[in-house]
Design a protein around this ligand. Structure first.
Ligand SMILES: N[C@@H](CCC(=O)N[C@@H](CS)C(=O)NCC(=O)O)C(=O)O
Length: 290
């Protein structure tokens, strides 16, 4: 690896397979399947293929929220996609998400299965399908969608920018860390100012905007992303902390974040979810103890 200061880009970029980055084993410059493998299909109308990263958690929290509201049609099977082993490059997964990233959803409730990829698109699809967590008044809906799309546009600077260079890159590059730390602090300030004027992002109602933003920025202000709490002085963003704490107390959020989780306390890990009772009987502490 060349030090950032003495690297001159060659005329033509070439792929260095082992660049020392944390995810070098799965990153590649081409799309498409690397191997033939079908995805499993369970008995419920909705099939989720995911992992409990911030992007994955958005979908399982949404589904648990819908079930908590009594929408039985939101019953789902959540299958684990271990991305560090390259499971997102199977032919079955690529058919559901040509972009090879979790989360992906297959809705089998109609005559023809519908695939949905990109977590923001999945949240919007589910909100429209069930008529929930999306305001019906057009001005409130506009505010909700603005914050939803804000998240989709902003989080790559947090994860792919700040998180990558602060925590995962094989070298610490001051310029890159500075650039993204400044942007992430600006984003936190945007949220803090918005949450000083309203309880939730879209107004008084909890919506898909909160469901999308919370797993990233809620985790960041609680110091649980990239161990960067002190570096970014996250305690300054008091309204974001107030909002994050309130959302964390929701039972559906507590369930949703456990689904497809393969790290942390064994009691917080439900590798696959096929039934509401799995939260009581199939977490890793129960499976390991049996
Ligand atoms: N914009 C996408 C991002 C999804 C994404 O980046 N997923 C990551 C995990 S959080 C992934 O599957 N990475 C695997 C890979 O890049 O090969 C979304 O919101 O759904």
């Amino acid at each position: 690896m060349t030090d950032s200061s003495d690297y001159t880009p060659p005329a033509v970029w070439s792929w260095k397979k082992d660049n020392g980055g944390r995810f070098a084993n799965i990153n590649r410059p081409t799309a498409g399947a690397t191997h033939d493998k079908d995805l499993p299909i369970g008995r419920h109308p909705l099939q989720v293929y995911s992992l409990a990263t911030p992007n994955g958690v958005k979908v399982t929290v949404m589904l648990e929220e819908l079930l908590a509201l009594g929408h039985e049609g939101a019953e789902y099977d959540a299958w684990l996609i271990p991305i560090s082993e390259g499971a997102q490059f199977s032919s079955g997964f690529v058919a559901v998400n040509p972009n090879s990233k979790i989360p992906a959803l297959l809705d089998r409730s109609g005559p023809k299965p519908v695939r949905v990829f990109e977590s923001g698109a999945i949240l919007l699809y589910l909100a429209q399908k069930f008529g929930a967590f999306l305001p019906s008044r057009s001005d409130e809906r506009a505010e909700c969608l603005s914050w939803l799309f804000w998240q989709m546009g902003s989080a790559p600077f947090l994860g792919g920018g700040f998180g990558h260079f602060y925590a995962y890159a094989p070298v610490k590059i001051e310029y890159a860390i500075d650039r993204y730390a400044m942007e992430v602090k600006r984003q936190l300030d945007v949220l803090d100012r918005r949450l000083a004027e309203s309880r939730y992002l879209a107004g008084n109602e909890y919506t898909i905007a909160d469901i999308a933003v919370w797993p990233w920025y809620g985790a960041l202000v609680k110091g649980s992303l990239y161990e960067a709490g002190e570096f970014l002085q996250v305690h300054e963003y008091r309204q974001v902390i107030r909002w994050a704490d309130e959302i964390a107390r929701r039972p559906a959020v507590q369930r949703g974040r456990m689904v497809n989780r393969t790290w942390g306390q064994p009691s917080s890990q439900l590798h696959e979810r096929h039934d509401g009772s799995d939260f009581d009987t199939k977490t890793q502490d129960k499976l390991e103890g049996s």
